[in-house]
Write a protein that binds this ligand. Sequence first.
Ligand code: ATP
Length: 451
Amino acid sequence: MEEKTVKLDDIVSLAKRRGFIYRGSDVYGGLSGTWDYGPLGVTLKRNIMQLWWKMFVEARDDMYGVDAAILMNQKVWQASGHVDTFVDPLCEDTVNHRRYRTDHILKDKGIDPAGMTMEQMDAAIVEHGLKSPDGNPLSASRTFNMMFQTHVGATMDEKSVSYLRPETAQGIFTNFKNVVDNFYPDLPFGLAQQGKAFRNEISPRDFVFRSREFEQMEIEYFVHPDKWQESFEALLRDIHEFLDALGLPKDKVHELEVPEEDRAHYSKRTIDIEFDFPIGREELLGLAYRTDFDLGNIQRVSGKSMEYTVKGTNEKFVPHVIEPSFGVERALMAVLSTAYREDEVNGEKRIYMAFPEHLAPVKYAVSPLLKNKPELVEKAHEVYTMLKKKHGNVMWDDNGNIGKRYRRQDEIGTPYCVVIDFDTLEDGTVTVRDRDTTEQRRVSIEELAAN
Ligand code: ATP
């Protein structure tokens, strides 16, 4: 059968139908840019996040985890530049007042906005006679700050202003000194954090790809200023290893060396890792060399030294930093779109999710062949309990006939379905059916237990 190009709608509808991802606040008509994870989605997401933590933190001697508060002192965002410069260009439909990201308007019409100033984008809109999606003239652009602002405490004044963090990175930098004082790691070393980030995106779109509330997995890797290149290369290799472990095909992963005019002014090198999503080639994650920009800002605004003294020497400096920054939702979308398959079994269309076994939300589904035969049900429960104790993510499934159960498990990406039948009672073997090949094997319960 010809390989099908996966469409975003296929993924969105399967995610909803099978309990992976729902629209946020769905019963009330939704809240744009927010998504809720159902029972299978939360497990898949956690499996991705745990794999990342295992590979980047637990398996290494040079990484330390932190978990900082989402609400931070407003000085954090003043010092980091977010209050002044964390902005997107916004233009407005002059008739119905709908608002759009100017760079998205250009991109959607095949004009690359990379490296353009806001004025240049406006000029391009005029030059090409671009209109809003509703066909109306567009206003000139203005900047729009993407941070969600709130107040901490009972007084609503300037001093109580705080923000929902737009990135997890600053919670790492602000703990740099604490960790150095407590652990005094040798350079290079990294601090890692996973958690929620919030951005008031002008036009959230493409399912979870551009959300207003999402999760990041970030590392700040502190290095000697003269030795950043080797750590940059090493982290790039580690990133590819992680993407391999997610099961992403190498030919869909691309490195985009960001040219100087598109990089942040403090960054000497940035690589965006892009992925061929169903919506096209887009940023999956970033790797940036940020010099001493962040620690330097903290030192300047807080008045506290961020210098590091090399052990046994008098050599002192503010370390430079390399930042791999992953978005969980984008990794999840890459995993979902890679796993989505359609084929034909016994003349019928079948949809299945070919998740790598270590990411699958359910590893085994266990069923008795017939649910009205107590001896089969009892034996199946024994096998179920045994597997559940060992793997945790095991599902009991006795609904409908075996064919229906297989289809359901295929759609949620369960690698193995275990069926207990009358032969099991005789010889202690079960049928194990493979999701990808649909082949069935007889396996003894002992062998299953040892897997
Ligand atoms: P984009 O250009 O797509 O808006 P960005 O360059 O602003 O992304 P960064 O600030 O570098 O993104 O954030 C690091 C990572 O966080 C991104 O590579 C992406 O994986 C994730 N991310 C950023 N914004 C969002 C969002 N609105 N929804 C989901 N993930 C996001």
